[in-house]
Design a protein around this ligand. Structure first.
Ligand SMILES: [Zn+2]
Ligand SMILES: [Zn+2]
Ligand SMILES: [Zn+2]
Length: 138
């Protein structure tokens, strides 16, 4: 998936509003997931809380961003993989929670072992979460 905010919005038939562009710019530049409170702070007075909440919800519905709940129970958002769309998400990768900087990283390249369900169990969502110290903090 392209990281150009304008192209992303166009691809999903979303109007390019200043708020939407800013959110995508911030997340694209970060190289890690961003927590909702930090994002709120970085957006400053550009959009109010309700607008930001709506932007994030639309992006999640469209398969642009995926939500990750971090160690503190706070919602974080990161760019989706190119296989996500408005019908389903495919973000089955490990999420690394750094206990120092509290950032959440998507480990897209880490191999995810196949999980075999016992008979009669149907997995709908798998949470792959690792806690530790990231490369910037160690
Ligand atoms: Zn996704
Ligand atoms: Zn860290
Ligand atoms: Zn992720």
């Amino acid at each position: 998936m392209t990281t150009d905010p304008l192209a992303i919005l166009r691809e999903h038939q979303l109007k390019a509003t200043g708020g939407r562009l800013s959110v995508l710019n911030i997340i694209a530049e970060r190289g890690a997931a961003i927590s909702q409170p930090v994002l709120e702070k970085m957006m400053g007075s550009e959009v109010d809380r309700v607008t930001l909440y709506r932007i994030l919800r639309v992006f999640e519905e469209k398969g642009i961003l995926h939500k990750i709940i971090d160690l503190n129970g706070t919602a974080n958002y990161a760019m989706c993989s190119s296989s996500c769309n408005e019908h389903e998400h495919h973000d089955e990768h490990f999420h690394f929670n750094c206990t120092q900087c509290q950032k959440v990283y998507c480990l897209n390249d880490l191999h995810v072992p196949a999980v075999k369900m016992p008979p009669g169990f149907k997995a709908e969502k798998v949470d792959l979460s690792i806690t530790g110290i990231c490369k910037h903090c160690s």
